[in-house]
Design a protein around this ligand. Structure first.
Ligand code: ATP
Length: 509
């Protein structure tokens, strides 16, 4: 059913110009996609919402735009050259390749799904008196499953920390994990695979010229910490934000734009006084969820997933997961990264990356809390939650994208009822009135009902119809995408009405 939804979203996205397979005339390139005319608009609107919320609405956060190429030592210092690996495993029968950690996580998720089912059933049975925490800590079956999940997590964590790939394979075999596509349990050994793309700089060839495409945007922020702090006279706590491309040679890139090899991140590193990172971690955890919820993509569409398996440099980490058509998956990560990155860069560069605290007269390396969200995943979240097929009162069908109005690629469509009698000219006047501030479409082809359907299908919140009365009363009919109600609005008030409906302010209310 939800697989079905993903398929529908993919084909809808292509049909209406949101997302195309890359270089399609050559049969496409695996896991690479191009954003089309409406996709580019939606993506820009998501970026704008993030940048406004993070940079503009916080006095102490500034934004930068660092280059994709960085000095190769950056990636030694950050740990990516040595440790940015995924454990890879092949199925000998199907020849399919998987991430060993993902196979194990999916196995755990299946167990947790059973627990969730039991919780749901019990909630129905007990009604208002139901206490989930109490149920989970007393119900035998649920407890047993929880124990099993903890055991698997622990075994996996221990194996990975010891770099014991044979133990990872043994765990997969012990759990009886089968190839999800074919059911075969005939596995190769597990091995590590580095995810960074390498290329060569200029005319230098050989090892000395090797350079990487950045696998995350964060390092561009860390290496500029001092530049920004000094030139912006920033005082702790303060943040540096950035939106940009990142590249990872993912072992398997599937599920449309959820996992790509070239993607875009929106990251913010928040530099704080050591010892205060716990508070800031909690602050950003709450703040980021608020940002997501403000979009109104639906109740129960988000959840936190606290990491049990912490990276060695992190002292707390969680994901905000979204209910994608494939189920709950990571959309954003919030990580308390201690002073790991700046300390490493100090060591490898020989430069001091400290903060002089005017209050305590001390100099120290700040701690960092990071928020990191994938723009493409946010795009998929928005699109898949928005997609709806509806049967209307008159029995007809419509496909509508209920994209939050402030993110919609086209904000309003201006539609002259007829292609004559001066209506197109009047409509273009209305278009001119709005198009400087909003992306507005003009459409005069076909019957008005079909034009409405076309706009519903691309998520346009407002349709503005110009009819014969408009020529006399200087008013237009404004139709709402979701309620499908119609309202007569004076042209003089139109700009304000549109802004009230689609402006970013609706998300900050
Ligand atoms: P995953 O576990 O799904 O591989 P990750 O934990 O490696 O993700 P991070 O390194 O925390 O991801 O990156 C931050 C964000 O970047 C993720 O929350 C996700 O939204 C996005 N992201 C990471 N890898 C990809 C990818 N291959 N394609 C699209 N978005 C990605």
């Amino acid at each position: 059913m939800s697989d079905d939804l993903l398929k529908k979203v993919i084909s809808h996205a292509k049909e209406y110009g949101f997302v195309f397979p890359s270089s399609e005339i050559y049969d496409g390139l695996s896991a690479a996609y191009d954003y089309g005319q409406l996709g580019a608009e939606l993506k820009n609107n998501i970026k704008h919402y993030w940048w406004t919320a993070m940079v503009r609405m916080h006095e102490n956060i500034v934004g930068i735009d660092a280059s994709i190429f960085m000095h190769p030592t950056t990636w030694k210092a950050s740990g990516h050259v040595d440790a940015f690996n995924d454990p890879l495993i092949d199925n000998k029968d199907s020849k399919k390749r998987y991430r060993a950690d993902v196979l194990i996580e999916d196995h755990i998720e299946k167990i947790e799904a059973k627990n969730r089912k039991d919780v749901e059933k019990a909630a129905k049975r007990f009604g208002e008196a139901f206490n989930e925490a109490e149920f989970r800590s007393t119900n035998d079956r649920v407890l047993k499953r929880q124990e099993e999940m903890d055991r698997i997590n622990e075994a996996f964590k221990t194996a990975m920390e010891a770099d014991d790939l044979a133990a990872v394979k043994a765990l997969i075999e012990e759990l009886g994990i089968a190839d999800p596509e074919t059911g075969s349990r005939n596995w190769t050994d597990v091995r590590q695979f580095n995810l960074m793309f390498k290329t060569e700089l200029g005319a230098v060839s050989g090892d000395s010229g090797i350079i990487y495409l950045r696998p995350e945007t964060a390092q561009g922020i860390f290496v500029n910490y001092l530049n920004v702090q000094k030139s912006g006279r920033m005082k702790l706590p303060f943040g540096i934000a950035q939106i940009g491309k990142a590249f990872r040679n993912e072992i398997i890139a599937r599920q449309f734009i959820f996992r790509m090899r070239e993607f875009e991140q929106m990251e913010m590193q928040f530099f704080v006084k050591p010892g205060t990172q716990g508070e800031w971690y909690e602050y950003w955890k709450a703040e980021r969820l608020k940002w997501h919820k403000a979009l109104g993509l639906g109740e129960n569409m988000h959840r936190y997933h606290d990491h049990v398996k912490l990276a060695h440099y992190a002292d707390a980490a969680c994901d905000i997961e979204f209910n994608f058509p494939m189920g709950f998956k990571e959309l954003e990560g919030i990580h308390s990264r201690t002073d790991f990155d700046l300390r490493q860069h100090e060591e490898y560069s020989g430069r001091k990356l400290r903060y002089f605290d005017p209050e305590t007269q001390e100099s120290y390396i700040p701690y960092v809390v990071e928020t990191s969200i994938g723009l493409d995943r946010m795009f998929l979240a928005t699109l898949s939650a928005a997609y709806q097929e509806e049967t209307l009162e008159d029995g007809s069908q419509r496909t509508v994208l209920r994209i939050p109005a402030a993110l919609a690629p086209v904000k309003a469509a201006v539609l002259p009822l007829l292609k004559k009698d001066g209506l197109p000219e009047k409509a273009r006047e209305v278009l001119n009135l709005l198009q400087l501030n909003h992306n507005v479409q003009y459409d005069e082809k076909d019957a008005i009902g079909r034009r409405y359907r076309r706009q519903d299908a691309i998520g346009t919140p407002l349709c503005i119809t110009i009819d014969h009365d408009t020529l006399n009363d200087e008013a237009v009919t404004v139709r709402d995408r979701d309620a499908m109600t119609q309202e007569r609005v004076a042209i003089a008030d139109l700009a304000a009405v549109v802004e009230k409906k689609v402006g970013l302010a609706t998300l900050f209310a």
